[in-house]
Each structure stands twice: as C-alpha cells, then as structure tokens.
Design a protein around this ligand. Structure first.
Ligand code: GTP
Ligand code: MG
Length: 208
C-alpha cells in the first residue's frame, strides 16, 4: 500500500466561471445550480489513483472576484499544479485566464503544471463533432426545449447568460499548446471531463 503523494493545486479564474463547482464535482460528485461566490478561498482534498502512485490533491479554490485578486499569490506560491478556468460562453473570462497564466508563469514555481480549463460545456449544444465525448443518447430530446436560450438573456445585474459558445475550442487549444499548458473542456454540471482533468494533471506531477 503506497502512501499518497501530496500535491498542492490552486484553482484560478474569473468570478462565476465554475471553479468551486468543478472542485465540488471532483470531490463530492455533486453540482449546485446556484452556488454562492467564494469568499477568500476554500480548501478541499481528494485523492487520485494512478497506476504508479496515489496523488492526494490539496486544493485551494480561490475567489474570482477582483477584490480578492491580491490574495492569489498566497495560494499559488508553492503550488505544484494549477487549473486556470474560464467559461466557454464568456470571452472576457478567457482573456482573464490568459492573464492568470502569465502571472503564474512569472511568479509561481517554474515547474508548476498548469491546466487551462474551459468550463460550462453543457451550455453549448454542439452537434456533428463525433469526437466530442457526448453522453447524450439518440432518444435524448431535451435539446429541443433548450432552443430558446440560444440568443442569451441579460439579467437585472447585467450578467450574461448567453448559452452560445464564445471561445472556440481550437483557438483555446492553440493558445494552450503555445503556452505549454494542458487543455480540457469540462462541465461541472454533467461532470464531463472533470475526472480526466485531475487525472491528467496528476500524471504530470513529478513524484520522487
Ligand atoms: P467565484 O467563487 O466567485 O470565483 O465563482 P466560481 O468560479 O467558484 O463559480 P461557481 O462554481 O460558484 O459557479 C458560478 C455559477 O455557475 C453557479 O451558479 C454554478 O451553478 C454555475 N456553474 C458552474 N459550473 C457550471 C457548468 O459546468 N455548467 C453550468 N451550466 N453552470 C455551471
Ligand atoms: Mg468559487
């Protein structure tokens, strides 16, 4: 029986992209439709079993609201891994993700493993892309009811709830390759891609 290898991982990204939701899915396999914003940061742990080792992630889930930005270095300092998350339906969150990547590459541990993560994959109903690991079945007629959402709405708070994709997958992947990042698209809501994200990060952690 191997002793788990402890790895500090920090989640970064604009407010409301789904950082806490991705980690809740990974740690508890749950989803909350109206998750409250994180204040400061939250700490959670979860193990990831690889063939070669057990990795115990010690996860710092940071607050995305701008007023908490200055706290981030406390959490990414000494981190072996980071997931920088954006919302694939919100272009500004992708720009924010790029600025987090730059900050990490300048200020964090030079060997840090960084994953770029486009979340809320469930909000874009993309058909005809055979490889896009869809769990939908042919009998699934739910999509037809979702059509009203396609042009998006703006809430009283001015928050966009547009459900159309705003960040093309190939553009994000090209940026990730160029910057030397792992790349994933996930849905905290359905769970798609979430375990894969943490497993692939775990595989990149040098253990010795
Ligand atoms: P801060 O803590 O403020 O930085 O936000 P956050 O990045 O932790 O976002 P959070 O997980 O609180 O999610 C924000 C909202 O988006 C919540 O209402 C979630 O239910 C929703 N949400 C998160 N992930 C997904 C997803 O994959 N799909 C959908 N449809 N909604 C999501
Ligand atoms: Mg949060």
């Amino acid at each position: 029986q191997q002793k788990p290898f402890q790895t500090k991982l920090v989640l970064l990204g604009e407010a409301a992209v789904g950082k806490s939701s991705v980690v809740l899915r990974f740690v508890s396999n749950e989803f909350q439709e109206n998750k409250e914003p994180t204040i400061g940061a939250a700490f959670l742990t979860q193990k990831c079993r690889l063939d070669s080792a057990v990795i115990k992630f010690e996860i710092w889930d940071t607050a995305g609201q701008e007023r908490f930005h200055s706290l981030a270095p406390m959490y990414y300092r000494n981190a072996q891994a980071s997931a920088v998350i954006y919302d694939i339906t919100k272009a500004s969150s992708f720009e924010k993700a790029k600025s987090w990547v730059k900050e990490l590459q300048r200020q964090a541990n030079p060997n840090i493993v960084i994953a770029l993560v486009g979340n809320k994959l469930d909000l874009v109903a993309e058909t005809g892309s055979g490889k896009a690991a869809s769990t939908k079945t042919d009998e699934d007629d739910e999509e037809a009811d979702d059509d009203d959402d396609e042009n998006g709405t703006v809430t009283a708070e001015g928050q966009s709830t547009n459900s159309a994709r705003a960040v093309p997958k190939d553009e994000a992947k090209a940026y990730a390759d160029e910057a030397g990042l792992l790349f994933f698209e996930t849905s905290a809501k359905t769970g798609e891609g979430v375990v894969e994200l943490f497993t692939e990060v775990a595989k990149k952690i040098p253990i010795d």
